[in-house]
Design a protein around this ligand. Structure first.
Ligand code: CTP
Length: 400
């Protein structure tokens, strides 16, 4: 069974021609073992009958917010609490606008406000309606609020237009949901992850550092934990809360990070080097605060830091190792070369050429292995981390 087995999923169907695909979506999710309840807007019922979706889902279809009979069965708040996810497919321009506005004028929009579960939308509309600034601004608002978008796809439309606005296929929607729910794929495994920058002291008050926020490494630690691993997170100086259930070791310099890694990796199965380690450190750390040197300037001599990823993969040949490659040009080529040079099982490449990664909440990466090249579209760092953990788990078990 997949990750959706026993998950409670509300499928919200809105009024669009793509509503006919909802029947297939219900069927596919049923096959994955999910428990389905369908909520239809009034418009949806003009395209597909509640009876069809009731028969496929095995549960009565919910259509009314103010329906005493339905409220006696499973009221809207109960339904919102029951859900592990709400998937709105098709999501019309109208429902996107309502959600962006925080409306609660029908059962579906009310459920979205009343649930703590993740909400997914698969938009479907005419390409011009999708391109419209009003729709795009609504989508931006919803993305900022962590509503997950699936599609829309480009192609021929029911109205005869060609462009972006087709609802994603039900199989693609199921794939997205599968990726979202942790699979427990790392159950029983021990994972060590480095995160954040390192600080290389110059004197008691100054250091060489970098802009790494640690968000990606922390997201990976959370995702690995969700997937069932025992996680040790070795973090440089960052202001982030420790993910629940994760053991954290705080370090400052690259050498401290290496020594913490060496100890933690003794009993680990997987090592993920996500930290932005300073490649160089001052040869000597001044005992006292350095005084201004005047116009002559100041020269600080640097020496190379150990490469943590390369050292760990050399010293623990049995360990499954994953690195990151932050590149500004020829991203994939440099990443491939780095993976080989550091003898890593996988490398996760990201393009940092336009400031779009450091400190940001979103990321887009390519996972590269000897026979693997998997691109993950831009998404929240947590979503990307979950997909990376899935890919790592799959590759780890394959090479078991
Ligand atoms: N890394 C490490 N120790 C270092 C430098 C890097 O463990 N001293 C790890 C990083 O955590 C990352 C990978 O190596 O997983 C690649 O880091 P990156 O900064 O992209 O590469 P560098 O080795 O520094 O190479 P270059 O500066 O030439 O791009």
């Amino acid at each position: 069974m997949g990750h959706l087995n026993q998950r409670n999923i509300i499928i919200g169907v809105c009024g669009g021609i793509a509503a006919y695909k909802s029947a297939e979506l219900v069927r596919l999710l049923q096959k994955q073992g999910a428990c389905i309840r369908v909520v239809m807007t009034e418009g949806a019922q003009a395209f597909i009958t509640p009876l069809t979706l009731q028969a496929l889902s095995g549960n009565p279809v919910h259509t009314e917010l103010l329906d005493a009979e339905a409220e006696r069965g499973m009221g809207h708040i109960e339904l919102a609490r029951w859900a592990d996810a709400i998937v709105i497919a098709p999501a019309t321009a109208d429902v996107l606008a309502k959600l962006a506005n925080g409306d609660a004028d029908n059962l579906l929009t009310t459920l979205v406000l009343a649930t703590a579960a993740p909400v997914f939308v698969a938009p479907a509309m005419n390409q011009q309606m999708w391109a419209q600034a009003a729709t795009q601004e609504n989508c931006d608002t919803l993305r900022r609020r962590n509503i997950f978008f699936i599609g829309p796809e480009a192609g021929e439309q029911a109205c005869g237009d060609i462009g972006t606005g087709r609802m994603s296929e039900p199989s693609a929607i199921v794939e997205n949901l599968n990726a979202h729910f942790p699979s427990r794929a790392l159950d029983g495994l021990r994972v060590v992850i480095t995160a954040g920058p390192t600080r290389e002291a110059i004197d008691p008050v100054r250091f060489i550092g970098n802009h790494s926020s640690g968000k990606m490494g922390f997201a990976l630690a959370r995702a690995a934990r969700e997937a069932g691993a025992t996680v040790t997170l070795i973090a440089g100086p960052v202001h982030l809360a420790t993910p629940e259930g994760v053991e954290r070791i705080d370090v400052e310099s690259a050498r401290q990070m290496l020594s913490a890694c060496e100890q933690s990796c003794e009993h680990a199965d997987i090592f993920v080097a996500c930290a932005a380690v300073a490649d160089y450190r001052p040869i000597a750390i001044a005992d006292h605060k350095l005084k201004k040197q005047g116009e002559a300037g100041l020269t600080i001599e640097l020496t190379q830091n150990p490469d943590i990823a390369a050292t760990i993969s050399r010293d623990f040949p049995e360990l499954y190792t994953v690195g990151f490659a932050a590149e500004t040009q020829n991203v994939l080529e440099h990443a491939r070369e780095k993976r080989q040079r550091k003898q890593l099982d996988l490398i996760i490449a990201n393009d940092v050429s336009n400031d779009a990664v450091f400190g940001q909440d979103h990321n887009s990466v390519t996972i590269i292995g000897p026979e693997l090249q998997l691109h993950l579209d831009k998404a929240s760092k947590l979503q990307v981390a979950r997909s990376c953990i899935e890919a790592i788990a799959t590759d780890f078990h394959r090479s078991d």
